[in-house]
Design a protein around this ligand. Structure first.
Ligand SMILES: Cc1cc2nc3c(=O)[nH]c(=O)nc-3n(C[C@H](O)[C@H](O)[C@H](O)COP(=O)(O)O)c2cc1C
Length: 217
């Protein structure tokens, strides 16, 4: 974001700035456009630009959404890390389809990515797990993510237990914890515009071909 755009954002009370859609040539990939927008979100000063909502839907047909952090992305897909015993993972076991949503209000931008999931390799999960601070590593062992708590002290007691257990040692990667990679088959880039005439640029990657089109806003 340029200095002038930042000023404009300030004087419109955070309503943001409507940036133009970039010029695309026929070889532009959705990953290139995602990378450009993600970099611009990082430069905009927005808090946690890597925060994304993920929606999953298990066998009961009830969709659920929650925020996670995007940790890696490349041609292989979009990776976040979580507890494999969590509710989200249970839903993904029943139905491997997922939808990701980013919203960067200050840029008036939204990106939707739809796809299916696979697990990251153990070595990739291990590498990321050990890059986290020790407190977060112990926290991963202590939290039975999504399970109902039996008492307010349960988490604290678990932290104490695992702190003692791993004292003086490296904290190992729990076998119930690791990465999930979203392999995308649909991208939609939404750019806010005046008079609600927003841009919606879509890339459909199904059946080994890329269809690029726009939708009415
Ligand atoms: C900004 C933000 C980032 C988060 N990042 C993660 C994350 O990367 N991984 C994760 O498992 N939970 C993360 N959480 C917590 C999840 O939103 C959620 O509460 C948790 O994963 C349990 O979800 P589930 O019960 O639907 O599985 C984050 C929450 C917020 C608000």
């Amino acid at each position: 974001m340029t200095f002038l755009e930042k000023l404009r954002c300030l004087f419109t009370f955070g309503q943001g700035v409507a940036l133009p859609m970039p010029e695309l040539d026929e070889d532009t990939t959705p990953l290139e456009l995602f990378t450009k927008w993600f970099n611009e979100a990082n430069q905009s000063g927005v808090l946690l630009p890597e925060a994304m909502s993920i929606s999953t839907c298990g066998a009961d047909g009830q969709p659920r959404s929650r925020m996670v952090l995007l940790k890696e992305f490349d041609e292989q897909g979009f990776v976040f890390y979580t507890n494999y015993s969590s509710d989200k993972h249970q839903q993904l076991t029943e139905n491997a389809k997922i939808s990701i949503l980013f919203h960067w209000g200050v840029l008036q931008r939204q990106i939707r990515i739809e796809g299916s999931i696979e697990h990251t390799s153990k070595s990739q999960s291990e590498k990321y797990f050990h890059s986290r601070d020790r407190g977060s590593q112990i926290g991963a062992w202590a939290s039975h993510q999504s399970q109902v708590m039996t008492s307010d002290d349960e988490l604290k007691e678990n932290v104490k237990h695992f702190t003692e257990k791993f004292k003086g040692k490296d904290v190992p990667l729990p076998d119930f914890w690791g990465g999930i990679r979203v392999i995308p088959h649909y991208f939609e880039f939404w750019q806010g515009r005046a008079s609600r005439l927003h841009d919606r640029l879509c890339f459909d990657l199904k059946n080994n071909e890329t269809k690029i089109f726009k939708r009415h806003p």
